[in-house]
Design a protein. Structure first.
Lengths: 580, 280
């Protein structure tokens, strides 16, 4: 059988974007068979997206050839066939929608192929059914949730009846459930014999594929099975990558439990390999730990409800009943699925919305007060939005950071505040203060956006999804900055669905589901509530799931073990764990 | 309502899917009928003609099962401006030779042509508001796109490619809500960093100055979105054929023709019917 896709010595250079004309891809050769499932990984700027566009004839190689079912992508007359065979789903699904209704959106691709109306209708019906959207044909596309938009983007591709679907960092902006949905879609496509290529930053997702291709600076460094790529033989850190958390967990456990296999890529492989405990240790549980009642509260929300566009046909109740408290100087997590109401709560605390019913008290400020000094409130509680890099509006970095203190007032010298804020996020004052904001890279913009919030000199920082879209290195830097803020006695309220990284920082957690607060408690308590978390549509942290498995097999592990550090400590401390 | 809910103040009108006979008219004919009515309303100089058309629009509103209350709500906001303009017309229209003057105070005079002009203006505006309510209630954005496609299709016989024009309009309609959402995000982020938003006492100049920092990031975000959309469209084989096929194919029914002929008749009467002459 001929190769589905074949690349022969493909090189590509962006002429406009790169002043030094560094090739984005260099001498790439490989082939893809029908029905294969591939993960394409590599650090930022390694050429993954460029490669995806070459496979779909959106870009044409400078040298070498790309063949799709034997058709050269450079032959214009074949491009329509090539684009219908190789579908591309991009990062932000909401930016891929062309039409105003779901049905028309799915019909866009087949319409471009010039198919007869009856076939267009059949394909639309089929694609909607396969993505579970057939009940919503006439819904306006802008009213869809993130998950539905993602499904719609895939439906639009499936209607082209592709032989290969490329997911270009489709999972990066989704919550854990959304990511799982994409992985399920991939598994489903695989069953139907459609080849898939998943471009991802998450090693755990890459490990699910049959084959992993690693790009580094435009070249294919590794092209092998996940077993081989993640075997530990290759220095992935040097390539800007990492081991999947499961492999990491396996390596850690193997020190104490030799039965753990070498590369556990599926969580069940790991769980099944844990033997029954035969040692003599017995475990002891801590008392269920709750929020420290003695701490002074600085945010108090009672009975809060809120409806967007109240009184219009688009009305949507975001908050139904919220009760929560945040202690002064504490770090509190606000977790829940996309659309559960986390952002709406944060925007209430910042005074962007006023309570429609119930009350919000922030320090001395009562948000229902008609004479509320909103600026004083915003100086006390600063809010960092999601993807704040999209909201930079000043021309120079220095002005952007000075924006808030200029308007909200400040103590001391403005230049000093700007300098301090920049230093806190790792930006050099002299190098960056006069840089044009438009010339910054994505990561630098995120830092500027964060510095401009730090410059408020607030007592309370409200952070909305601060980690989303950050690569592992940038996320580490951000967490360090947040830790410093906490040590200086600031209160942090962090809304996030990437909570696994923030767990070491958080003291208390509030879980929100569909506009209601469903769980409160200390971080260890909350994240060991496997069942309750799942009911809230959340995933239990990996370490907690492993701890639970160990406990079920009789291992002396405390109930509230939610980090690998604590697991290792307990396994090491327990005599007999390694000499059963 | 919050000061930041831009989406709800986006008054592109409200589509009311009542499934009435008017809703079922072929979008091409519907769009053409409404356009002719708008043209007639704008050009007519006859009070009786304008009244006829308003009556016709009211019948259409009834047939389309649009609540009259809903249509009148649309009148409420512009009403003071209409009245103000009418008053200016009333006093300012210059006297024609031999016309009686009903009222005179300094330079302010009320003449017959003044009353006539003011009446015309009021009727014209009321008619336009009612017609816009009717068209937005009975034409979805999708139908506007299809309607345009149908209306422009004769141009393709002359060898012109009309589908890119229609596609552009479709994308514009689809982008308006997302533009409102982006603007809302940016305004919020500025407000939370101390910008003064929604200050009713702010002067016009101050309001304009508040808008400026909103526009810059809005442009950037829109360009990024446009770029992403262009890629997504190309990836789905857009632009490789001159003729796209579509999901829905409309046929021409006799009701479409009746609707169109009625609109034409109403427009004709609006322009030329002068049955009632006003005697003062």
């Amino acid at each position: 059988m001929p190769d589905l896709i074949k690349l022969e010595q493909v090189s590509f250079t962006y002429t406009l974007a790169e002043p030094e004309n560094k090739p984005a891809l260099l001498n790439i050769s490989f082939s893809i068979q029908a029905g294969e499932s591939i993960a394409l990984i590599g650090a930022n700027g390694s050429g993954k997206s460029t490669l995806a566009k070459l496979l779909n004839a959106l870009l044409l190689p400078d040298s070498g050839r790309v063949l799709v079912s034997g058709m050269d992508t450079r032959e214009r007359s074949r491009q329509m066939e090539i684009r219908s065979q190789v579908g591309l789903v991009f990062q932000r699904p909401q930016h891929q929608i062309v039409a105003t209704t779901i049905e028309e959106e799915v019909a866009f691709g087949p319409g471009n192929l010039g198919l007869p109306a009856i076939e267009v209708r059949e394909r639309v019906a089929d694609a909607l059914q396969r993505t579970g959207l057939d009940g919503y044909r006439q819904r306006p596309t802008f009213q869809l949730s993130a998950g539905e938009t993602q499904r719609l983007a895939l439906a639009g591709i499936l209607a082209m009846q592709p032989r290969c679907v490329i997911f270009d960092e489709t999972t990066a902006m989704l919550d854990p459930q959304g990511r799982e949905m994409v992985l399920r879609q991939i598994a489903e496509l695989r069953k139907q014999g459609i080849a898939t290529i998943l471009i991802t930053h998450l090693m755990q997702e890459a490990a699910q594929a049959e084959r992993v291709i690693v790009l580094f600076k435009g070249e294919v460094i590794l092209d092998d099975s996940p077993d081989e790529v993640f075997s530990g033989k290759h220095n992935l850190k040097a390539l800007g990558l990492d081991l999947p958390p499961l492999v990491y967990a396996g390596d850690l456990l193997r020190k104490y439990i030799p039965e753990i296999p070498d590369n556990p890529f599926r969580i069940n492989d790991l769980f099944n390999s844990i033997p029954k405990y035969t040692g003599s240790c017995s475990h002891f549980d801590l008392n269920a730990q709750n929020i420290d009642q003695n701490a002074e509260t600085c945010i108090q929300i009672r009975n809060l409800a809120f409806t967007y566009m109240r009184g219009s046909p688009l009305a949507h109740q975001a908050l139904k009943h919220i009760d929560m408290e945040v202690g002064s100087g504490s770090v509190q997590g606000l977790i829940g699925c996309t659309g559960s109401g986390k952002s709406t709560i944060l925007q209430h605390i910042n005074g962007l919305y006023r309570p429609q019913s119930g009350s919000v008290q922030v320090g001395e400020f009562n948000l229902s007060d008609k004479t509320l000094d909103v600026r004083a409130l915003r100086r006390k509680a600063a809010l960092a939005f999601q993807q704040p890099e999209d909201q930079i509006f000043e021309q120079y970095v220095g002005d952007e950071i000075a924006y808030a203190p200029r308007r909200l007032g400040y103590s001391g010298s403005l230049a000093e505040i700007v300098e301090k804020s920049m230093r806190a996020v790792g930006l050099d004052f002299r190098t960056y203060k006069d840089r044009l904001t438009s010339s910054l890279s994505g990561g630098e913009k995120r830092k500027v956006a964060l510095a401009s919030i730090l410059a408020v000199q607030a007592e309370i920082f409200l952070l909305d999804e601060p980690l989303s879209g950050l690569d592992p290195q940038a996320a580490d830097e951000l967490l360090r900055t947040l830790k410093q803020l906490h040590q200086k006695g600031r209160t942090l309220l962090i809304s996030t669905h990437q909570y696994e990284e923030v767990i070491p920082l958080m003291e208390n957690v509030t879980v929100i589901q569909q506009g209601r607060d469903t769980l409160h408690g200390g971080t260890e308590y909350i994240f060991s509530q496997t069942h309750a978390l799942e009911q809230n549509g959340l995933k239990t942290p990996l370490a907690a799931r492993i701890a639970q498995q160990l406990r079920e097999k009789g291992w002396p592990i405390r109930e509230q073990s939610i980090s690998f550090a604590s697991l290792e400590e307990q396994l090491a401390a327990c005599p007999g764990a390694d000499k059963r | 309502m919050s000061e930041f809910e831009y989406l709800s103040s986006l008054s592109l009108g409200q589509y009311l899917p009542s499934g009435s006979a008017i809703h079922r008219v072929n979008p091409g004919f519907k769009l053409a009928g409404y356009l002719i009515l708008i043209l007639a309303l704008t050009l007519s100089k006859q009070i009786s003609g304008l009244s006829t058309e308003i009556a016709f629009i009211c019948i259409l509103l009834f047939l389309s099962r649009t609540p009259i209350k809903f249509a009148l709500q649309g009148l409420r906001t512009p009403l003071p401006f209409i009245l103000l303009l009418a008053v200016i017309q009333l006093f300012m229209v210059s006297q024609r030779g031999g016309e009686p003057t009903y009222f005179e105070w300094g330079f302010l005079t009320i003449t017959r042509s003044g009353i006539y002009a003011a009446g015309l203006l009021c009727l014209r505006f009321i008619g336009l508001v009612l017609l816009l309510t009717l068209s937005s209630a009975s034409l979805s954005t999708l139908e506007i796109v299809h309607g345009l496609d149908i209306l422009l299709s004769p141009l393709s016989w002359l060898g012109m490619h009309t589908s890119p024009v229609v596609m552009t309009i479709q994308i514009m309609l689809r982008f308006l809500p997302s533009l409102a959402i982006s603007a809302e995000k940016i305004a919020k982020s500025q407000a939370s960093r101390g910008a003064v938003w929604g200050n009713r006492k702010a002067g016009l100049l101050q309001k304009a100055r508040q808008l400026l920092p909103l526009l810059v990031p809005l442009f950037t975000v829109s360009l990024q979105q446009a770029d992403a959309l262009a890629n997504a469209m190309l990836a789905r084989a857009y632009g490789l054929r001159n003729k796209r096929s579509s999901l829905i194919q409309y046929s021409i029914k006799w009701t479409d023709l009746v609707f169109f002929v009625l609109c034409l008749t109403a427009a004709f009467l609006t322009l030329f019917f002068n049955g009632l002459t006003f005697q003062f």
